[in-house]
Design a protein around this ligand. Structure first.
Ligand code: IDP
Ligand code: MG
Length: 135
């Protein structure tokens, strides 16, 4: 089933100069770019995006990180795009993520793990509405 998913190349991807390399993983897989924008976000935007995590102990540091510099937000489309992107991204903790995944190959951190991908159709619809309300 064709799906859309919200993907973020977090500030570590941009500051480490890995935007091209990470984007290539998604494009090589066959996903299409529906929308893409470099932007800086406010703390309020972070709170909205990570609504399910705002009470977690790790959230203040996560918010500090995602608002620390520009990130690339995009909507990707393709067959089963939500699960496919999560598979390409790998496990949350870059130290534990499998080799061959974006996080497994390029991240050594539980927080600075390069990418975000929506985790369900409901999350994708909610997140696309936040980031790209015109879609
Ligand atoms: P996900 O990005 O793989 O869906 P979530 O559990 O939804 O992972 O967490 C959102 C983000 O919060 C992670 O991508 C990571 O940047 C950060 N994070 C999650 N758990 C921890 C933690 O235990 N310590 C520090 N940061 C964390
Ligand atoms: Mg998540």
């Amino acid at each position: 089933m064709t799906q859309r998913t919200l993907v973020l190349l977090k500030p570590d991807t941009v500051s480490r100069g890995l935007v091209g390399k990470v984007l290539d993983r998604y494009e090589a897989k066959g996903l299409s770019i529906v929308a893409m924008e470099l932007r800086r976000i406010t703390a309020e935007m972070s709170d909205q995006h990570y609504a399910e995590h705002v009470e977690r102990d790790f959230y203040p540091d996560l918010r500090e990180f995602v608002t620390s510099g520009p990130l690339v937000a995009m909507v990707l489309e393709g067959d089963d795009a939500i699960e496919v992107v999560r598979g390409l991204n790998g496990a949350t903790d870059g130290r534990k993520a499998a080799a061959g995944t974006i996080r497994g190959d390029l991240s050594l951190s539980n927080r600075e793990n390069l990418v975000h991908g929506s985790d369900s159709p409901e999350s994708a619809a909610r997140e696309i509405g936040i980031w790209f309300p015109e879609l």
